[in-house]
Design a protein around this ligand. Structure first.
Ligand code: AMP
Length: 212
């Protein structure tokens, strides 16, 4: 399985990437998680990305494509297949990905576009709680932790990601409409696009993704 997941922030791409991994063994690769790991480790790339991530803006294409090139070249990608979550996010990145895959001799299977009304995703992101230690994601309403404010998995204190604050959420939605939504046409022309209704329950969305 070689998939990319396209959709606004908070639409459930991460949830589907996890389900797909559990059930097919394909490797989920999230560009946002890769940037956050670099930021936590305080690397040069992390320091560069930080100012963009915290404002809800896109990290420049060259930097993002460079980071993805290093990740996609690892042998586990070829062995297991991949589910790209959050990359590509611009037409330049989509073209960059085409190049990378042809260099690696791999073909993209499908681009999945999650469609959902904007107010639904804003509500979802507004309640999102993330564990800074292990990365587990909770939601005040849809998936509360067992103990208020504490990660079920590792016991750390949960936090609201800086880019999940209301102002930044609006900026991320604007960036999605302007830079990322045009990817639908790009993949439609290549005959690779599958549209799914992202408002449904995770299982229903999953079935739409894997339907033959
Ligand atoms: P995410 O967790 O996918 O919502 O990503 C969080 C932030 O990381 C985004 O708001 C961007 O600042 C940055 N980011 C993640 N993926 C990309 C990408 N493909 N291109 C540029 N910036 C990205």
């Amino acid at each position: 399985m070689r998939l990319i997941l396209i959709g606004p922030p908070g639409v459930g791409k991460g949830t589907q990437a996890t389900l797909l991994k559990e059930r097919t063994g394909a490797l989920p690769i999230s560009s946002g998680d890769l940037f956050r790991a670099e930021m936590c480790a305080g690397t040069e790339l992390g320091n560069l990305a930080k100012s963009y991530v915290e404002r809800g803006q896109l990290v420049p294409d060259e930097v993002t494509i460079g980071m993805m090139r290093r990740r996609l070249a690892k042998p586990d990608v070829r062995e297991r297949g991949f589910i790209l979550d959050g990359f590509p996010r611009t037409l330049g990145q989509a073209e960059g990905l085409d190049h990378l895959l042809s260099e690696l001799g791999l073909e993209l299977g499908q681009a999945v576009l999650f469609e959902v009304p904007e107010d639904v995703v804003v509500a979802r992101l507004g309640g999102r709680l993330t564990c800074p230690s292990c990365g587990e994601v909770f939601h005040r309403v849809n998936r509360p932790p067992k103990v208020d404010g504490v990660c079920d998995r590792c016991g750390s204190a949960l936090a609201v990601r800086k880019d999940d604050q209301p102002e930044t959420i609006r900026e991320r939605m604007r960036v999605f409409r302007e830079a990322t939504a045009p990817l639908a046409d790009y993949y439609e022309r290549l005959g690779l696009l599958r549209r799914v209704n992202g408002s449904g329950a995770p299982e229903a969305v999953y079935q739409e993704i894997v339907r033959p």
